[in-house]
Design a protein around this ligand. Structure first.
Ligand code: UDX
Length: 409
């Protein structure tokens, strides 16, 4: 799109979690730099948690209630399949009504939207756009390889794949083999989230009904060349527009000069970790964080804690508050050595941090990560080596990419 397009009015809607909002918000900001106006739709609660609401000219927010305006007990809604199924169905009901109304009102007021951009888990957004004759485009916020895998398995095997062998799986066009453990976890028999595969399949079906389907992907050609160019995804055109991470970070500017923390949703942020990092030697600190959704078992947490203490490296560890009061009373703290960790002068535990700022800090030498796609791109962008500890969804495939592709590029 050429610069200066004041008549372009984009409507952007994402599934309400940070891993989806962050890249979409970066996309929104870039559109505004090209002169477009953008309305970003999100829930009342998540809007209230934006650290400092971006004041980018041309960018505005529209909010609706998903029924949780005061927040979720443990930071997000994904606790179990029943829970998420009812959440997704309520979100669909409330979100659809809101989306229809906002599109129709803009039309009536003579400043119609010219394009809807939506992210995954919202196939209904594409259906509404079609009904209302509004052009729309899917922003695939995960890796191109992940899209290829979904596409391939839906076409080759249908969607109920529970018998994938442990042997290597060749996906035509990809330069590496996959094992079942490298596939998105939703394909595995042990997957507890039954809503996920049908939802991705619906997205692909909607795309295939279009005459010239295209999707925007948060990836870069240099990293996923074959996945973007050589893997057969039928008539779907894949357009890489990533990495959708804060541009100040990419440009290597001093983070303190920028507002790139502005679109990060804070959960109990603490501000002294940057000062603490300032006191550390260059590339001496291990940064440990598992994104916004993953919940590690007590055993995993204990092992990480022990390894950090034994390594004697300095560490900054983000431990989110993921348990309800009742769970805490029943299970106790997730770490029996918390006191030892907190007493340790080499270590710091925070409930939250601005990750892009941390990763660009010169003291960080290594990132122990769950391999969420945003974390992966942010780490690549800052040149910090990663130790992958994938948990679920696309993270298993991202870990494979980090292992097999990053080391060669
Ligand atoms: C989810 C999925 O788990 C992930 O695999 C998918 O690709 C996107 O949606 P999440 O698990 O939260 O996301 O991980 P990730 O993709 O890494 O996104 C987390 C975002 O939160 C990153 O942009 C990261 O910078 C930010 N973050 C996380 C912080 O700013 N501070 C933190 O303390 C933790």
């Amino acid at each position: 799109m050429a610069a200066n397009h004041p008549n372009h009015r984009f409507l952007i809607i994402t599934y309400p979690i940070q891993g989806h909002i962050n890249p979409a918000l970066q996309f929104a900001k870039r559109l505004t730099t090209l002169g477009a106006r953008v309305t970003f739709v999100t829930t009342i609660y998540l809007h209230s948690r934006l650290v400092d609401k971006p004041t980018t000219p041309g960018l505005s927010f529209a909010t609706f209630s998903d029924g949780y305006d005061d927040g979720y007990e443990d930071g997000h809604i994904i606790k179990n399949d029943t829970n998420i199924l009812s959440y997704v169905s309520e979100l669909t009901r409330r979100g659809s009504t809101f989306l229809k109304n906002i599109i129709l009102s803009a039309k009536e007021e003579n400043h119609p939207f010219t394009c809807l951009t939506y992210t995954i888990i919202l196939p209904w957004a594409a259906t509404i756009a079609r009904e209302l004759h509004l052009p729309s485009v899917l922003l695939w916020i995960q890796a191109a390889t992940v899209f290829d895998i979904y596409y391939y398995y839906f076409h080759e095997h249908g969607d109920c794949i529970t018998n994938i062998s442990e042997n290597a799986i060749e996906l035509p066009g990809l330069p590496f083999s996959l094992k079942s453990c490298d596939l998105p976890s939703f394909f595995l028999a042990s997957n507890p989230y039954t809503f996920a595969l049908p939802s991705v399949k619906e997205h692909i079906q909607i795309l295939e009904e279009e005459t010239s389907p295209r999707i925007l992907l948060n990836t870069v050609e240099e990293f996923e060349y074959e996945a973007l160019r050589d893997v057969d995804v039928g008539k779907i055109k894949m357009i890489p527009i990533g990495p959708l991470i804060p541009s100040a970070f990419l440009d290597g500017k001093d983070p303190s000069d920028t507002s790139f923390g502005g679109d990060v949703i804070s959960v109990d942020s603490e501000d002294n970790y940057l000062k603490w990092l300032d006191s550390k030697d260059e590339m001496s600190v291990v940064y440990v964080s598992f994104g916004t959704l993953a919940v590690l078992s007590k055993r995993q947490m204990e092992e990480i804690a022990r390894a950090l203490l034994d390594s004697r490296f300095s560490f900054l560890w983000v431990i989110r508050n993921t348990k309800s009061h009742q769970q805490k009373e029943e299970d106790g703290d997730e770490l029996s050595c918390r006191e030892e960790l907190e007493r340790n002068v080499n270590g710091k535990i925070v409930k939250w941090c601005c990750q892009v700022e941390v990763l660009s800090h010169s003291s960080i030498g290594c990132f122990v990560t769950h391999c969420g796609w945003n974390s992966t791109l942010e780490s690549l962008g800052s040149g910090v080596p990663m130790v992958g500890f994938p948990q679920w969804t696309d993270q298993t495939t991202n870990a494979k990419l980090i292992e097999d592709v990053d080391s060669e590029s």
